[in-house]
Write a protein that binds this ligand. Structure first.
Ligand code: HEC
Length: 172
């Protein structure tokens, strides 16, 4: 009898723990902050959106870079166009390594019915210097936590981020 009670309490306790834990660890939500860059438990780069809606600097940077480098094909906000498929559905599950590989090497599907070609951008520093930023922006869009508009409420750019940019872009 006592044992059954204990099991019941444990089951209830586990449910309460899960209920509390899940909302804060929803897909992609950050758990580690390294100098303004956020990472999920599994080490993947991710976004951070504060209670008041303020996004981290890199998610904002990703918004800008996406609209400079990718949106002419993938459409505003990753929703797709006649040139290229939407990115929101695939980005729900795509890890950073796969994403990086596609952008560096490009992707093509050439068949009798259709030709879809994305050029390799591994040599383009305007893309590569900001690739994690574009990734976390698209993740936030794919997870449905960031709207279509420019996220003007964002953290300021840190000195470290400015130095990183200068070092990466300056070595062209
Ligand atoms: C010149 C047009 C063009 C530009 C610019 C472009 N892409 Fe693409 N992209 C495509 C096409 C076309 C495909 C589909 C290729 C295929 O199906 O084989 C694609 C596919 C992808 C995929 C794979 C989607 C999936 O369903 O698995 C990713 C990720 C991606 N692009 C990211 C980006 C990012 C990030 C940028 C900007 C840095 C970018 N693309 C810029 C045309 C473009």
């Amino acid at each position: 009898m006592r044992k059954v009670d204990t099991e019941r309490w444990c089951a209830a306790g586990a449910l309460i723990l899960m209920a509390c834990w899940f909302p804060f660890h929803a897909a992609g939500q950050a758990t580690r902050d390294e100098g303004g860059r956020y990472y999920a438990d599994n080490g993947e780069p991710t976004y951070h959106i504060a209670q008041d809606g303020q996004v981290d600097w890199f998610t904002f940077s990703g918004y800008r870079r996406y609209h400079a480098q990718c949106h002419m094909c993938h459409g505003p906000d990753g929703e797709g166009s006649t040139f290229a498929p939407p990115l929101l559905a695939p980005m729900k599950t795509m890890d950073y390594a796969t994403f990086r590989h596609i952008v560096i090497h490009g992707l093509r599907t050439v068949g009798p019915a259709q030709q879809r070609v994305m050029r390799a951008m591994g040599e383009d520093r305007n893309v590569m210097c900001h690739l994690p930023d574009i990734y976390v922006y698209l993740k936030a869009r794919a997870d449905g936590v960031l709207g279509r508009l420019r996220p003007n409420n964002h953290q300021p750019k840190s000195e470290a981020a400015a130095l990183d940019d200068a070092a990466c872009l300056g070595s062209q």
